[in-house]
Design a protein around this ligand. Sequence first.
Ligand SMILES: [Ca+2]
Ligand SMILES: [Ca+2]
Length: 84
Amino acid sequence: MENWNFWYPLMSDYNFRIGGFYPAASIADFNQDTDVDIEDLLTLAENWLRTNCGPCQWCELKDMDCSGSVDIADFAILSSHWLD
Ligand SMILES: [Ca+2]
Ligand SMILES: [Ca+2]
C-alpha cells in the first residue's frame, strides 16, 4: 500500500479530461457551431470545384474525401451529415 503522507501533486497528476456530453465534431461542421446546416453548405459552395487541394482536407477543409478537389463526393459527405 502506498504511503500518501509523502504525496506531492505534480501537474501530471491533473492531466485528466472532464467528462460530459460534448457533441462529436462532424467533419462537415466547417464553422464548428455543432451542426451541419446551410452555413456549412455555403462555405462548401464557396470552394466548389477547387482543385490542387494538396494534403488531405486542404482547400479550407472542404476536400473531405482527400481527392484533391472539392466536388460532388464532398457534397455527398456533407449531405450525409446534414443537421448532425
Ligand atoms: Ca456548422
Ligand atoms: Ca474531394
